[in-house]
Design a protein around this ligand. Structure first.
Ligand code: NDP
Length: 474
């Protein structure tokens, strides 16, 4: 049965869109129609901004206690609905259900609770000489989010923005918007004051651009492609708006000569293929000593074979489909390019995966003998495609790791943690794991270079949404 959402959440009510046009959402595992949402216009965007601007004066002066209690209740509601939300996101994005519940729903649930607690302990005022330095909400925030971890990326913006005392207009991805409607349902049920949170859907070049350029907006927080992020930054520049950008990545996983290669390669393959490679911080470049290349290739192929794609809803595989037909074509295009530019395909490729119907599946793909100047080593593919890049010296390994327009994440494996740590210091990226160090859900997340501006998560994430005012006493 198709899920139909035919209204926007603006000013505390579900309101009719300005046109009857809709956007179709497909189920990634089958290619069938899953849902429809309204295709908003600039007029809808303007209504949502007006509601957020009207709500700001009252919400901005509520106490952290009041806002924290609200955010805590949001977290509890998300936890209550985790099963349904996981199914929704498994359809929209294609992440296997068993992973989707913990990651796609678990992370946002935790994030709302974390911000609720964090603002109780946060130091909102401090004295510096004769000044009282106070932190205040930045104002009306536009959040524009992508499809790959849709609810998580919404939570990383909406939770700290509301915690800070800002009001929000959210424009989620047209590819995975239903989870955003579920969040709006929760806000409505909990009685969030009118206009504090508003939701409009539509395509980026129409609704996203109208929101980013609206003079009543104080800040745009964007996650998605570097291409669209640059456009948003240009639009926001006219109003000198604050901009936070979480963009793409092409992260290097450097395995040093004395590392436990078996462990490093198996872990690295998983971290490249998670969510079918549709992860901005995916470790997509495996940089390995040439002397151990044959061994690395063998382990990588054996590990990749354990990732046979399966249906995200009913299957037991760790690898689902890609999100959409567009992404499928895009990823196949990159695989062809890799072959054309001389990389050696070890497994996977562009052939359709048999027996899985109309979903957007790509077999786990491993390239070796990749040079860092090849397209597959420089551009974000967003598919289950690993590039193994050999090096001859550690200096060269570092050069390869940093030779990228991006700087979002990375990994280092070495014989000792100390050695890996020292190498990690030299990589120009915002998040580095050493010897398989686990993802820290409370650590600041964001990129160097063209991977973005600003940090999300925790106190760093909260402070993105705060202004600083110094009041001088006589
Ligand atoms: P986009 O950057 O196109 O989409 C992200 C969000 O921005 C969506 O809500 C989108 O709207 C909106 N948007 C698009 N164009 C504009 C614009 N001109 N002005 C304002 N908002 C805009 O990414 P895609 O979803 O198309 O994915 C393409 C590639 O981006 C991926 O293959 C990947 O390389 C990268 N990406 C990176 C992510 C990350 O976390 N770093 C996340 C997602 C993608 P709409 O609803 O129309 O898509």
């Amino acid at each position: 049965m198709t899920v139909i959402r035919d209204a926007f959440y603006i000013g505390g009510e579900w309101v009719a869109p300005s046109t009857a046009e809709v956007l179709e959402v497909t189920s990634s595992g089958t290619g069938e129609l899953y849902a429809t949402v309204p295709a908003g216009t600039a007029e809808d965007a303007a209504r949502a901004v007006a509601a957020a601007a009207a709500a700001f004066p009252a919400w901005s002066v509520t106490s952290p206690k009041e806002r924290g209690e609200f955010l805590q209740r949001v977290s509890e509601k998300l936890a209550e609905r985790a099963d349904d939300l996981a199914v929704t996101i498994a359809h929209e994005v294609g992440m296997p259900l068993m992973l989707a519940k913990g990651i796609q729903v678990g992370l946002p649930t935790m994030n709302f609770a974390d911000q609720a607690q964090r603002i109780q302990e946060y130091v909102w005022e401090e004295e510096i000489g004769n000044s009282v330095v106070v932190r205040e909400p930045v104002g009306v925030v536009v959040a524009i989010t992508p499809w790959n971890y849709p609810l998580h990326q919404i939570a990383l913006k909406v939770a700290p923005a509301l915690a800070a005392g800002c009001t929000v207009v959210l424009k989620p991805s047209e590819v995975a918007p239903i989870n955003a409607f579920a969040l709006a349902d929760i806000f409505h049920e909990l009685g969030l004051p009118k206009g504090v949170f508003n939701l409009v859907t539509g395509v980026g070049p129409v609704v996203g651009e109208a929101l980013a350029g609206d003079p009543r907006v104080d800040m745009v927080s964007f996650t998605g492609s570097t291409r669209a992020g640059k456009r948003v930054m240009h639009l926001a520049a006219d109003g000198v708006k604050r901009v936070a950008l979480e963009l793409g990545g092409k992260s290097a996983n450097v395995i040093l000569e004395d590392a436990d290669v078996a462990k490093a390669v198996a872990d690295g393959v998983f971290k490249c293929f998670l969510n079918s490679g549709q992860t901005c911080s995916a470790l997509t470049r495996m940089v390995v000593p040439r002397s151990r290349l044959a061994e690395v290739e063998e382990i990588a192929v054996a590990t990749a074979e354990g990732f046979a794609p399966g249906d995200p809803i009913s299957g037991s595989s760790l690898l689902g489909p890609l999100v959409s037909a567009t992404q499928l074509e895009r990823v196949r295009g990159y695989i062809r390019r890799g072959v054309d530019e001389g990389a050696r395909l070890l497994c996977g490729g562009v052939e359709p995966v048999e027996g899985l119907g109309g979903g957007y599946y790509v077999a786990p793909t491993v390239f070796t003998d990749v040079r860092n100047d090849m397209t597959i080593a420089q551009e974000e593919i967003f598919g289950p495609v690993l590039s193994i890049i050999p090096y001859d010296s550690e200096d060269e390994a570092l050069e390869i790791a940093n030779d990228s327009a991006y700087g979002l994440a990375g990994g280092v494996w070495a014989g000792t943690d100390e050695r890996a740590f020292e190498f990690a210091r030299k990589i120009r990226a915002g998040q580095i794991e050493i010897n398989g160090g686990a993802f820290n859900v409370l650590a600041p997340f964001g990129g160097y270079k063209q991977s973005g501006v600003g940090r999300e998560v925790g106190t760093f994430g909260l402070e993105e949404f705060l202004e600083v005012k110094a009041i001088q006493r006589p």
